[in-house]
Structures are given as structure tokens and as C-alpha cells.
Design a protein around this ligand. Structure first.
Ligand SMILES: *Cc1c(COP(=O)(O)O)cnc(C)c1O
Length: 398
């Protein structure tokens, strides 16, 4: 995962993941249109899908997002320590999680079983502060969440905890299995199941402040599933939740680039990179890009992706190595010189490469591409950042 750039100028590879904070703000505005009257939780798990959770959270909150969602309590506490005071919900815990730090920090705890609820209640009794709890109901994903056979038991225990004021019931939520197929019958079944869980909670005399179900894909395609709040992740980073249906007006926020390290001639008949899997058919010129599979340029992409230098695309040739890869500039060298910026993927404007292109080649999804950028890649931020404290326009290195 990219880290702060603390190295001396020029001593690293120069590979950079540039995060366009204006694009994040734009995407939040687009999603708020889709959300209508519903409020919005920005999902910033996995360090903001590798875009930097703190920067993304700050921009999203400034752009009108009300709450933040993360996976672990650890992720939530990191945001709290950085000064984020907005509601945060964390929804994946260990069998032996100590909930006390989350309770003290007012971090919302997504509860996925009766055992988790009793652990939360026990820790809240000791802390003498009510735990902020949201019930994560399994409505058919069959992954995380309270299974239907535990609903009654959990609701009963919850009723006791709420009346003794060890728990504040913040919300009830669930996660869709097939949201990227908007008309899949599982979506309606899950929504119905969430409604019946909600009815049981209400029948027990409990009130919840927020009911939510929709991830990005449902936010942009199923207004009927909004409930009180939507919970988008990937769309906020500008990647289409359903690429087959278009870009929904979103702008990709991450651009991965590196300065060309070397330009050299390769004669006809010569092989390039390990195993000589590619041989120059005629005299040509190649450029060395200082990124390899240790940085997230998956080896299986060898010879199957294009890099943008200036306004032109150049094909990868030969094997992607741990630290570097090579592109063919053609016989003339196309005017490319050492130090020119090579874009591996980014906004896609003007036909440039996108994370989606890598995903297509690799038979995966763009989520895995952006979260897979790592190694020696350094992260930097661009754009106004909608009021990021201490940041000005232009390129900003953390
Ligand atoms: C990751 C996640 C989301 C966001 O999903 P996207 O597809 O990125 O919009 C929402 N809710 C839960 C519970 C999640 O785990």
C-alpha cells in the first residue's frame, strides 16, 4: 500500500498514485443526486480503497457525506485519532475483539451475531458508556451478518441492553449479494428480509435511527432500496459499479504513473526481458518503466496492457518483472525521453488506460486493481480537496 513519501527526491522509483480529490468531491456530489433524500455513508475501508482513508473521508464529509463506514475498529480508531468526529461504523470483528476502545471513542459497532452483541454489552458495562450499535442482518448474502435463526435472540438481548442503557441502537443494515445485477430477484428478497428484521425490532419496542442496504451499484440503479441511507464505496473513487451500464458520470480518482527510467534501442531479432518471451521483429526503441509486480503491476499483464506517454499509447512487451516492465516505442522512439511520465492507468480521458482495462485483461474487477497498487508506489494528492486543511490547489505530496 502506498505510504507517505519520506525518501529524498529522486531516490525512489518515482512511481506515484496520484489521487484527484476534486474527482472524489465530484463523485460524492453525483452520488448525493442519486441518493435523493437518503443520507450517505462513505465507505473508506482498506485505507479508502487504497486512495487514503483520511484524505477521502475529509473530502467526502466536506462534500456533504454524513457518516463513514470501515471494516475494522482499527480503521475507525485511526480516523478518530486523526480528528474525524463524524459517525463511523465498523462491521468486521474477531471472535475475541476488545470493544472497549471503540465504545470509548464512540465508534459504531456493526454486530453480526448474538455472541458479538454480548461481548459488546459486557465491554460497555465496564466502560460505563453506551455502545453505539448497528445490527448487521444477514438477509441472504450468507457471509457476515446475523443469521435469521439468531434474529429473535439478538433482538431480545438488544432490548435488555437498550433499557439498561449499555447500548444505543443506531441502525439496522444489510449488504446485497447481487447489486451489480439490478434486476436480480435476490435484491428484492434481501430488501424484504431487511424489512421483516426491522419489523421485528420495532415490534420489540426498539427504534433505530438508520436503515441501510445499498452499496454503490444499488445507489445508482435501485432508488427503491435507499431506505434512510446509502453506503457507496467504489463509485466515490470514480469507478463504475456496473461498467456494462456506463460511467454514471463518475470520474476515476486514482492515476498511477512513473517516470520513464531508460530509453534504448533494441535490434531486430533481439529478445526483451526474462525468458525473451517477446522478440523485436524490426529495429525498435523501448522504454523502461520502473514498476513491476511488487508494485501491483500483475505479472499476468505481461504483453497485455498499454502505457500512455504524452498523448500516445505504447504496448507492454516481454515479461513484467518484480520491479520493472518494458514498452515498445516503435522504431522512431516517438520522441519519448527519459523522465517522461508514463501513465499506467488513470481517468481514461482521451482514450487513456483505465483500471477497468487491467481488470478486463485479468478477468477481475477494478476494485482489485486499485487496492492492489503497492510496493514502492508513493501516494500524492491533487486538487482543491474541497477545503482540505492546509492544502492548496496543485499537486500536493503528503
Ligand atoms: C465494501 C462495502 C460497501 C461498499 O461497496 P461498494 O461496492 O464499493 O459500493 C458497502 N457496505 C458494506 C457492508 C461493504 O462491505
Amino acid at each position: 500500500m502506498p505510504v507517505d513519501d519520506v525518501t529524498a527526491v529522486g531516490s525512489g522509483t518515482g512511481a506515484t498514485a496520484t489521487i484527484d480529490l476534486d474527482a472524489i468531491a465530484h463523485n460524492v456530489a453525483v452520488l448525493r443526486e442519486y441518493a435523493g433524500d437518503a443520507s450517505m455513508m462513505a465507505v473508506v475501508k482498506a485505507d479508502g480503497y487504497n486512495h487514503g482513508a483520511l484524505a477521502v473521508a475529509t473530502v467526502a464529509l466536506n462534500a456533504g457525506v454524513e457518516e463513514l463506514g470501515v471494516t475494522t475498529i482499527d480503521e475507525a480508531l485511526t480516523l478518530r485519532r486523526a480528528g474525524i468526529t463524524a459517525p463511523i461504523l465498523a462491521w468486521l470483528h474477531r471472535h475475541d475483539t476488545d470493544f472497549a476502545p471503540a465504545i470509548s471513542a464512540g465508534v459504531g459497532i456493526g454486530v453480526s451475531s448474538a455472541a458479538q452483541l454480548s461481548a459488546v454489552v459486557a465491554d460497555a458495562r465496564i466502560a460505563h458508556v453506551p455502545a453505539v450499535v448497528s445490527l448487521k442482518v444477514d438477509t441472504g448474502l450468507n457471509r457476515n451478518g446475523i443469521p435469521v435463526e439468531q434474529w429473535d435472540e439478538v433482538i431480545e438481548a438488544l432490548g435488555r441492553a437498550v433499557s439498561e442503557e449499555t447500548v444505543h441502537l443506531r441502525g439496522i443494515f444489510s449488504h446485497l449479494a447481487c447489486a451489480d445485477s439490478p434486476q436480480h430477484p435476490a435484491n428484492d428478497r434481501q430488501a424484504d428480509n431487511l424489512r421483516s428484521a426491522l419489523a421485528r425490532v420495532r415490534a420489540a419496542g426498539l427504534q433505530s435511527e438508520r436503515v441501510h442496504l445499498s452499496n454503490s451499484a444499488a445507489t445508482v440503479t435501485r432508488p427503491d432500496l435507499r431506505f434512510d441511507m446509502v453506503r457507496p464505496g467504489i463509485a466515490m473513487y470514480g469507478l463504475s459499479p456496473i461498467p456494462e451500464l456506463g460511467d454514471f458520470g463518475l470520474r476515476p480518482a486514482m492515476t498511477v504513473s512513473a517516470p520513464v527510467a531508460l530509453v534504448k534501442k533494441v535490434g531486430a531479432g533481439e529478445g526483451v526481458s526474462y525468458g525473451h518471451t517477446w522478440t523485436a521483429r524490426k529495429d525498435t526503441t523501448v522504454a523502461l518503466i520502473p514498476m513491476g509486480y511488487a508494485d501491483g503491476v500483475v505479472r499476468h499483464l505481461s504483453g497485455r496492457f498499454d502505457v500512455q506517454i504524452g498523448s500516445r499509447l505504447f504496448p507492454s512487451v516481454g515479461r513484467v518483472c518484480m520491479d520493472q516492465c518494458v514498452v515498445d516505442l516503435g522504431p522512431s522512439g516517438a520522441g519519448v525521453t527519459e523522465g517522461d511520465t508514463a501513465i499506467l492507468f488513470g481517468s481514461g480521458d482521451g482514450g487513456g488506460p483505465r483500471a477497468q482495462d487491467w481488470a478486463d485483461r485479468l478477468d477481475t474487477i477494478h476494485y482489485e486493481i486499485v487496492t492492489g497498487i503497492r510496493g514502492r508506489v508513493r501516494r500524492s494528492y491533487r486538487g482543491l480537496g474541497a477545503g482540505q486543511p492546509g492544502k492548496t490547489s496543485g499537486e500536493v505530496t503528503r
